[in-house]
Design a binder for this molecule. Structure first.
Ligand SMILES: C[S@@+](CC[C@H](N)C(=O)[O-])C[C@H]1O[C@@H](n2cnc3c(N)ncnc32)[C@H](O)[C@@H]1O
Length: 211
């Protein structure tokens, strides 16, 4: 799986396909992340969330992790200054320091993984979080209730997963909700917002104590 091919086109493709809705979802819980002391942005891609966060908190230590060198290049361009660390690593084998970050952000990245890999990704990330960490997650989702919104979301997922699999060799074939895994890692859902008729979901999860 590699997003290198997509990296130079990601921003305009997002604007063409989704307009501003994805960025609104990414920013839905910005206030939570703004008050953190150390933030880990996971699979940040070209850095749209990073740019806003850095502008709001110029001195905040931010670690940006992505497997794609070309995505990281794009992200570096949006924040030439400030204490930002860029890490190129595959989440499936990355072993982060324990209890290091009090905020973790995974925007549109957990939905890239098949169920077995997702578990291998969430466990180390959870161990890298402090005992009172916040975790903000944006992902595509399926509306719970039957109806046109659910049918539309299902069709959109099929299209997206096919397209992403062709270009990036994405391992996931469909969406795996991370809720149970986050819950098992000691996080509780604090706030959930929906966008675009339930196609996109922005969550704030909180950890009250070490799992
Ligand atoms: C769909 S893009 C999302 C980019 C951005 N976070 C956003 O909100 O649009 C998924 C990102 O996760 C990264 N990614 C995918 N699989 C990864 C892995 N196994 N390890 C690290 N990063 C990965 C990709 O390189 C890409 O930048």
């Amino acid at each position: 799986m590699s997003f290198d091919l997509l990296a130079p086109h990601y921003r305009w493709l997002e604007a063409a396909v989704a307009g501003g809705v994805l960025q609104r979802a990414r920013l839905a819980h910005l206030a939570v992340i703004e008050r953190a002391q150390r933030v880990l942005l996971v699979g940040e891609g070209p850095g749209r969330f990073l740019a806003v966060l850095r502008e709001r908190r110029p001195q905040l230590p931010i670690t940006v992790l992505d497997a794609s060198a070309r995505m990281l290049d794009q992200a570096r361009r949006v924040v030439p200054i400030g204490p930002t660390e860029f890490v190129q690593a595959d989440l499936r084998s990355w072993r982060p320091p324990v209890g290091h970050w009090d905020a973790i952000v995974t925007h549109c990245v957990l939905d890239c993984f098949a169920p077995a890999s997702l578990a291998c990704v969430i466990a180390p990330l959870a161990s890298a979080a402090t005992a009172r960490a916040d975790w903000v997650v944006t992902d595509f989702t399926l509306p719970a209730r039957p109806g046109w919104q659910r049918l539309r979301a299902r069709a959109a997922h099929q299209l997206m997963y096919r397209a992403f699999r062709m270009v990036t060799r994405l391992e996931a074939r469909h969406l795996t909700p991370p809720d149970t895994m986050l819950h098992n890692a000691g996080f509780s859902l604090s706030n959930r917002r929906h966008f675009n008729h339930g196609l996109i979901q922005a969550d704030h999860w909180r950890r009250a104590s070490i799992a």
